[in-house]
Design a protein around this ligand. Structure first.
Ligand code: ZN
Length: 199
């Protein structure tokens, strides 16, 4: 998710990596619409190893470089259930996140780093309780409100292949869309984002 506020930081250079990756992998880059990875259903993270930590660190740097407040694995062409969020100086990384409870709904205009020109008014719960794992495999459970709740839900949608254009865009504008999905499938995926997975 991109920042709702203008960001005045310089975009001269991406942040230098603090250390060399442990194996050769091209640097992660943002994936834009209509890349088909944006519709993929991500798989649960099973290994909390150095590869996962490197990917999470690089995703965080990329999100910050692009002045975003959230980024999900499909937005860098990957398919683990991994998301990062950062608002002001606070950062979180969550693997296998699930929403356990949610409060009353509210509207907010969202943007997305993968859909640079698109702004959509999205109705979501304004308060959620989330569970997930950090990059070390430690289980986390916390409440999120406001922009945090918004960003986490937006990124969770990405892990189920749901995009902001799936909320409130006229059907005719999707007629030529290479990523169009049947409405019933989109609703099923939204439901998956919004509820605990059945294990
Ligand atoms: Zn997004």
């Amino acid at each position: 998710m991109n920042s709702p506020r203008p960001n005045l930081t310089s975009k001269a250079d991406p942040p230098a990596k603090s250390r060399q990756p442990r194996y050769q992998r091209p640097p992660l880059t943002l994936v834009f619409y209509p890349d088909p990875t944006l519709r993929k259903l991500c798989l649960p993270v099973e290994k909390f190893d150095s590869t996962l930590r490197d990917v999470a660190e690089e995703m965080t740097a990329l999100m910050q470089f692009h002045s975003g407040i959230g980024l999900a694995a499909p937005q860098v062409g990957l398919e683990p259930q991994l998301l990062v969020c950062g608002i002001e100086s606070q950062l979180i990384t969550l693997a296998n996140a699930e929403i356990q409870e949610s409060g009353q709904m509210g509207e907010f205009v969202e943007g997305c780093l993968s859909l640079p020109e698109v702004r959509v008014k999205v109705t979501r719960p304004e308060r959620i309780r989330v569970t997930g794992y950090d990059v070390h495999g430690q289980r986390k459970s916390f409440a999120a409100t406001g922009l945090w709740a918004r960003a986490i839900q937006h990124e969770l949608d990405h892990l189920n292949g749901v995009l902001i254009c799936d909320y409130g865009r006229p059907a005719e504008s999707c007629a030529q869309c290479p990523l169009a999905l049947p409405t019933v499938l989109v609703e099923e995926r939204k439901h998956q984002s919004q509820h605990p997975r059945s294990h």
